[in-house]
Design a protein around this ligand. Sequence first.
Ligand SMILES: NC(=O)c1ccc[n+]([C@@H]2O[C@H](COP(=O)([O-])OP(=O)(O)OC[C@H]3O[C@@H](n4cnc5c(N)ncnc54)[C@H](OP(=O)(O)O)[C@@H]3O)[C@@H](O)[C@H]2O)c1
Length: 347
Amino acid sequence: MVRVFINGYGNIGRRLASALSVDKEIQFVGIAKYTLDDKVKEALDNRYGVYVPKDAISSFKQKGLDVTGTVDDAVKGSDLVIDAAREGGGYDNKKKLYEPLNKRAIFQGGEDRHGESAVADIIHNSRVNYTVAADRKYVIQGSCNVSGMGRIMQPLIEKFGDRIKRFDVQLIRRWADLEDTKPVKDSIEWDRQPHHQDDVKDFLPQANLFVDAFKVPSRMMHLHQMFIRFKDKAPTKEEILESYRKEFGVAIVSFAKGTGDVRKKAIELGFSHGDTNMVHIHEDILRIQDDTVKLGYSDDQTGMVIPENHLLLQSMIFKRPRDEALKRTDALFQMSKKRKILEEELK
Ligand SMILES: NC(=O)c1ccc[n+]([C@@H]2O[C@H](COP(=O)([O-])OP(=O)(O)OC[C@H]3O[C@@H](n4cnc5c(N)ncnc54)[C@H](OP(=O)(O)O)[C@@H]3O)[C@@H](O)[C@H]2O)c1
């Protein structure tokens, strides 16, 4: 059985652990903790293997925390590491651990694809380039925004092809996640160099895409306002919606007045970690004007990439056909069921 270790236990690592610890197809080795805080107990209570840095093991044990071993041991005993370090931390892990121990790894979207600290030479998006990850040693799973854009753009590219002149996206990003303790600053900040444009072009090189990103004082999801310009008259609203009716991980809703309504609904419905794990097209703000489609959708920042990592694992390790992988991911995350409930609740 394939042994999988999650290096990190923050917002993404905790969610990955919830899912992979119940995936009967793999052997879940456990998670890494670096800071001695209440999350160590949470992980132990969940019966995960908890691995800590070698020089910190005695301080964890002194606090009565029965940790399983060292991070090095866990990496040695794994076939695949899913790195969930905070942004940029994956590069050091690759150099110090994964490369010397000859281990395969999946990195998260906060890592670099280009330059001195690049960790991999492809960014995965399950809707666009699922198959290219097979047999790769290192792959980056695109960030939540990058994953969402691929999921929305690819069906349009397949359906309308070169009738599309360009995509312009205004990304309105949340300041922090709900679990974060950092303060939410009262400011609208612009991103001088959004990485999303280059990241998406990595797997959709033919797309004429332009991205601007703004961070706003909210913890509740991201909102993408996408303008799709056509060479001739834009398609109808129904033609656009039709492109998504059978898409994995895309819900179509019209009742929400904002991203908070979607997040609160997911929490109220008892979805794991309060995540929907998908993007939500807001039909009420979908507009067709002359040659342009204005498509607004919210993107579940914390949940979006978790099923994506699971799909990537299936491509990379099991080389499974995409439709079969989707079925397994759907069963693990209950995506179709959640989509149906959300669409009914937010009709
Ligand atoms: N949050 C999101 O919504 C989101 C969405 C998509 C992608 N991502 C990407 O996912 C990655 C993780 O983000 P996050 O939000 O989960 O960050 P986070 O909540 O800040 O968690 C980061 C974790 O890294 C751990 N850590 C510290 N040193 C480490 C090391 N050397 N190796 C591995 N882990 C180490 C920390 O452990 P301790 O707590 O024990 O110190 C912490 O649990 C980033 O690349 C981010 O860009 C995040």
